[in-house]
Design a protein around this ligand. Sequence first.
Ligand SMILES: Cc1ncc(C[n+]2csc(CCOP(=O)(O)OP(=O)(O)O)c2C)c(N)n1
Length: 199
Amino acid sequence: MERMPLVECLEVLRAARRDQVVITTMGTAREWMKLGSHPLDFIYAPSAMGEAPSLGLGLALARPNRQVIVCNGDGCMLMNLGCLVTITAAAPRNYVLVVFENSVYEVTGGQATAAAAAVRPAGARVDFAALARGAGFQQVHQFRSLESWQEGVHEVLRAVGPTFVVVHVEPVPGGAVPVSPGPAPDRARALARALEAAS
Ligand SMILES: Cc1ncc(C[n+]2csc(CCOP(=O)(O)OP(=O)(O)O)c2C)c(N)n1
């Protein structure tokens, strides 16, 4: 299966990003931090696994005029699949959930997830896009190549949400646990201030 390099995939999102809140987790948090900071970034690290989509949902509901983009790991997504149903029940138009599907728990050593094709019986494939559709998402997109992601990211960000996106990425060899850029309560307060200033 064709997969994108994670960093290049994030660079595409970074180039398309305007004034959205961007929440990142796990491998995406580690690499997003290296690309530079933005006042409306919330680096959700470490290690509340599975909760970033719900954190983003709360923000999107509290700030309906500001788009919220959540960058989630596939392992984190598996841990909190139920949030998909909560998101579509609340149906925030300003909400985009991007799952970076690398088939492994990268930051804890690259163990295969239970959804990884490599560990599943033939024919028993897990399809995150289908899971999202089944949970009620109507905007569902999937990307396997940088060209298609570069082209498609604008439509993804323009669409009326809630929007679900799967981007298939290569694991980063030796991808370490992200180091938090500071205490989460301080960073949450800084984000709240940045949101006040921007509105
Ligand atoms: C409840 C819980 N179980 C296990 C962990 C340990 N843990 C932290 S990150 C992580 C893997 C995250 O994998 P994924 O979401 O696929 O992101 P990636 O590392 O591939 O970027 C695990 C297992 C945790 N933080 N919380």
